[in-house]
Ligand binder design. Structure first.
Ligand SMILES: [Zn+2]
Length: 213
């Protein structure tokens, strides 16, 4: 089984300035995501997964480099964020994937469903290509060597969503852990066989590092 990287969005220095992400009243995105991440990591470790927490003081670019420096075939990486809207009614969870990648879209849906199974009060906004995000493309979905997804758990700007984030932290973390566990298993099961293939006497599948996407 490959490793699982979990990154809580923001919290590092961007061009020398602390980046809290979205700020909402007394809280901010970095603070909320770190608290959820801190529940996800021990849950996955207790289930036997090698899970790496990306250090909080890294910038977005440094977080990607940190993961890539440790990546090996079969690993998966998730970054968690919150959403924000001027429309206080907007709410729900989204998982962004690299556009035009059907495998990754299915994996994004897997993660989203696992979250909503644990937190049915949270509306689904669906799995979405990163080209539909506010930035037009997401570095975390594109610059990680292996499979990577970016989840926006809920809207900090919506009172119901903020209530779920702060009062259903454990259920949210369990949902994220369920999805990551299923995703990691799916990626591991897609790895080419390392053993000799009995249908092809004398031949051997080559297991190539870096080809498992
Ligand atoms: Zn964010």
């Amino acid at each position: 089984m490959g490793k699982i990287f979990v990154s809580a969005g923001h919290g590092g220095l961007e061009k020398g300035v602390f980046d809290p992400g979205i700020v909402s009243g007394a809280t901010n995105e970095a603070k909320e995501m770190i608290q959820i991440r801190d529940l996800v990591i021990p849950e996955l470790r207790s289930r036997g997964f090698t899970t790496l927490s990306v250090p909080d003081d890294l910038s977005a670019d440094q977080s990607i480099a940190w993961i890539n420096a440790r990546y090996s075939a079969g690993d998966v990486a998730l970054e968690i964020h919150a959403s924000n809207s001027l429309d206080p009614v907007a709410r729900g969870a989204t998982v962004f994937y690299i556009a035009n990648n059907e495998v990754r879209r299915n994996q994004a849906e897997l993660l989203l469903l696992a979250l909503l199974r644990r937190v049915p009060q949270l509306p689904s906004r669906g799995a979405k290509p990163d080209t539909t995000s506010g930035l037009g493309s997401l570095a975390f979905c594109r610059q990680i060597v292996g499979p990577s997804l970016l989840m926006e758990v809920a809207f900090l700007s919506n009172p119901s969503d903020l209530g779920l984030l702060q009062n259903r932290r454990r259920e949210i973390a369990l949902g994220i852990a369920d999805g990551l566990a299923a995703w990691s298993r799916a990626v591991a099961n897609n790895a080419p066989p390392r053993r000799r293939d009995s249908r092809l006497p004398g031949s051997q599948y080559q297991y190539q590092r870096g080809t498992i996407r």
